[in-house]
Every structure is written in structure tokens, then in C-alpha cells.
Design a protein around this ligand. Structure first.
Ligand SMILES: Nc1ncnc2c1ncn2[C@@H]1O[C@H](COP(=O)(O)OP(=O)(O)OP(=O)(O)O)[C@@H](O)[C@H]1O
Ligand SMILES: CC(C)(CO)[C@@H](O)C(=O)[O-]
Ligand code: BAL
Length: 371
């Protein structure tokens, strides 16, 4: 109240200021109109009630499941969802059952405030674009998502799980045995809770998209699975929440995966179909970078391991000996950036000072040549 009195006094003394203040007040009120409140749900019943209201008004919903630590890759999926639906729901939940017991569940980046700021800014941007807006964020606690038993990420594990075999055990599943089981399980829960018309996933996690598509088909889940392209940094590195663990040195060497896949793709573009001929070019790049790093000192190098380079069927993700011209194939790979062995003063380090192993994945679709 004293503040208001003070403003009133000033207005009488300086009439020119009055217009300026009025204009500023109008701008603020316009900004609040544009910056609508995004609903945040922590529990299932209020979300369902809200969803029912939207259904009764004939509003379609697109769901973008995430684990937070949002980046441009996530935002691009949300833009796609907004262009195809009236309302966009985003889930932010770091799902424990997809992390193996020795993986990075505890240190997984959590950036709630900046996530919400990004969503609000996106919502303002979407207002000008015509169709959908960011309607709600679902950010449950683990007790909500796993109401009956504590989540278990061991094998065989205790609890209710959705398993999609053999898809879940290939590629990423070979190194992360509970990963795809956890993803299929949590996504089933999310789809049952939100009942979205469409769900949005990124091409970067290609195996995840295959698992989700199979799950939706096999369990007759009433939603359409939509896939968005991989957003990349200017040098080609696929954006990923885990990239924050990469300091300058590991970040620079981490580009080797994309370069290897591009070299293999090039072989296919030049007419090669044979697995060995295609993958050999990818391995050449990876091996050369590995030797270059080995030759450097501990304070200069960033070592990595190649988990796999794969050439697989686009639907089953089973390895192929030759690319079938009528089907094309998926080239994919995973590398592990090893912790730095020694650092120097003033060096630009990543989160956790580059002491964590970081798994990077990427893929390229080799399109069919004959239709
Ligand atoms: N670079 C990207 N381009 C497009 N979509 C992406 C990209 N990165 C992630 N996504 C998609 O965003 C969704 C949520 O992914 P998630 O929250 O795990 O982020 P992430 O960056 O993949 O994290 P992580 O580093 O843990 O793999 C998934 O569908 C994922 O495929
Ligand atoms: C789909 C997902 C949100 C399930 O936890 C996660 O695997 C992810 O972020 O890609
Ligand atoms: N981006 C997929 C989630 C994970 O790696 O656990």
C-alpha cells in the first residue's frame, strides 16, 4: 500500500511519467495474458479430471515424455506436438526402472526451474503460431508412478513390467539390460494416465521408438506414435541431456560417433550394400581417433570405447549382412566417453568434473533405394 501512495504522488508531480507508467502497466498485463499458467500435476486423479474436461471440449492432446534437463531436442518435439494437437502435455520424470543398479540415476541432471522457464517461453512462442499450446506438465513422485511396490531395476526383478522381446535386448539393451523394460513400463503408465491422441519421441533414441511402436501395436494402446528428427549441435553432435557431463576435451572427441556414422552412410550413398564394406568405413574413423587420443598425454587426451556400430533392419533392429534395397537400414552406434585421467588448471570441465563415464548414442536412417 505505501508503494501505491508513493506512485500516486509521483504521478501528480510528473505528469509525463504517468503515460509511461500506464504504458508499462499495459505491457505487463499483456505479458501476463500471454504467459498463461502451465498446469503442473503431481498426482493422477487431478490430471485425469483435467484431461476429461479437454476431451469433453473435443481438444486433442499430444504427450511428450521426458526426463527433464530440457534442451532444444525436447523443445523441437514439443513444437511438433503443438502443430498437430490442441494441447501439449509434457511429462518430466526420471524413471528409476530404466537405470541399471550401477548407472547414473542419482546424478542424472535435474533442472526444474530452467525446464519450467523454457516451457513458459515456448508457450509464448506457440501463441503466435496458431495451433496448440503447452497445457500441462506431469511431474510425479516415484510413489505415484509405482504405487504398489518400490521400483526394482534388477533382473529378473519384482513388480509389474512390460517386456518387449527380443527388441528390448538388442543394441542398447545388450549393455543396459533393464533399460527398455523400464521405458516400456513407464510409458505404458504415462499413456494410461494421460490418454493422449498422440505421443512424441525423438529419433536419437531409435531403439526406444521401435519398442514404443511395437508396444502400442501389441497392446492396442489407443494412441499414435510420432517421431521427431534428431536435433544437433552445429558440429553434428546429437543433443542429449547427458552432454552436460562433457567438458571441452571430451565434447570435442565425442563427435567421433557422428563422424563414424557419416562415413558409413557415405559408403551406402556410393552404392555399397555389404555390411562389412559399410561398417568398415565407420570403424576406420573410430580407430583413427582412438589412436590419435592414445598418442596424447593424460592431460591432453579424451579416451573412449566403442560399444557397438550396427547395421540393422529398420523394423526389427536385427543385424543384417546386406542392406535390402527395398527396406533400407538403420546405422547406429554407441560410444562411452571415459573419465579424464588428469586435468589441468583452468580447463573447461563438465558436470562432475569429467569423472563419470558418459554413454553417447546416435543413428542414421539409410533410406530404401528401390520402392
Ligand atoms: N537431440 C534430440 N533430438 C530430438 N529428440 C531428442 C533428442 N534428445 C532426446 N530427444 C528425445 O526427447 C525425449 C526425452 O529424452 P530424454 O529426456 O531422455 O533426453 P535425452 O537428451 O535423450 O537424455 P539422455 O542424455 O538421458 O539420453 C526422447 O523421446 C528422446 O528421444
Ligand atoms: C521415454 C522416457 C521419458 C521414459 O522414461 C525416457 O526414456 C526418455 O526420456 O527418452
Ligand atoms: N534418452 C533415453 C533415456 C535414457 O538413456 O535412460
Amino acid at each position: 500500500m505505501p508503494h501505491r501512495v508513493l506512485v500516486g504522488l509521483r504521478l501528480r508531480v510528473l505528469p509525463g511519467l504517468k503515460e509511461q507508467l500506464l504504458r508499462a502497466r499495459q505491457t505487463v498485463s499483456l505479458a501476463t495474458q500471454i504467459r498463461r499458467q502451465i498446469h503442473v500435476f503431481r498426482n493422477v486423479p487431478p490430471l485425469r479430471e483435467h484431461r476429461r474436461g479437454l476431451l469433453l471440449h473435443g481438444e486433442s492432446v499430444g504427450l511428450v515424455p521426458t526426463m527433464g534437463a530440457l534442451h532444444e531436442g525436447h523443445i523441437s518435439l514439443m513444437r511438433q506436438a503443438a502443430s498437430e494437437n490442441d494441447r501439449v502435455f509434457v511429462s518430466i520424470y526420471v524413471n528409476p526402472t530404466q537405470f541399471g543398479p550401477t548407472e547414473d540415476l542419482d546424478s542424472y541432471p535435474k533442472t526444474w526451474e530452467t525446464d519450467m522457464e523454457q516451457l513458459e517461453a515456448l508457450d509464448v512462442e506457440l501463441k503466435g503460431n496458431g495451433k496448440g499450446r503447452i497445457e500441462a506438465v506431469f511431474a510425479p513422485m516415484t510413489g505415484v508412478m509405482y504405487p504398489n511396490l518400490p521400483p526394482d531395476s534388477t533382473l529378473p526383478g519384482v513388480g509389474s513390467f512390460v517386456t518387449i522381446t527380443p527388441l528390448a535386448h538388442l543394441l542398447e539393451g545388450a549393455s543396459r539390460p533393464v533399460f527398455m523394460r523400464g521405458v516400456a513400463t513407464v510409458c505404458t503408465k504415462l499413456f494410461n494416465i494421460v490418454e493422449p491422441e498422440r505421443v512424441y519421441f525423438g529419433q536419437k533414441d531409435i531403439q526406444q521408438t521401435a519398442v514404443i511402436k511395437r508396444m502400442v501395436s501389441d497392446f492396442h494402446i489407443n494412441t499414435e506414435v510420432c517421431i521427431g528428427p534428431t536435433s544437433r549441435e552445429p558440429d553434428g553432435l546429437a543433443m542429449s541431456s547427458r552432454n552436460v557431463y562433457l567438458g571441452e576435451r571430451r565434447r570435442k572427441a565425442g563427435i567421433v560417433l557422428w563422424q563414424s556414422l557419416r562415413a558409413a552412410e557415405d559408403a551406402y550413398s556410393r552404392g555399397k550394400c555389404d555390411r562389412d564394406e559399410i561398417l568398415a568405413l565407420g570403424w576406420d574413423i573410430a580407430n583413427r581417433m582412438m589412436m590419435e587420443q592414445d598418442a596424447l598425454s593424460e592431460t591432453e587426451r579424451a579416451r573412449f570405447e566403442v560399444d557397438y556400430l550396427s547395421l540393422a533392419d529398420p523394423q526389427t533392429l536385427e543385424e543384417v549382412d546386406r542392406v535390402d534395397d527395398t527396406r533400407g537400414a538403420i546405422l547406429s552406434g554407441a560410444i562411452i566417453m571415459l573419465p579424464l585421467e588428469a586435468t589441468t588448471d583452468g580447463e573447461k570441465l563438465g558436470r562432475e568434473r569429467d569423472t563419470k563415464r558418459v554413454r553417447l548414442i546416435d543413428n542414421i536412417t539409410l533410406t530404401a533405394r528401390v520402392r
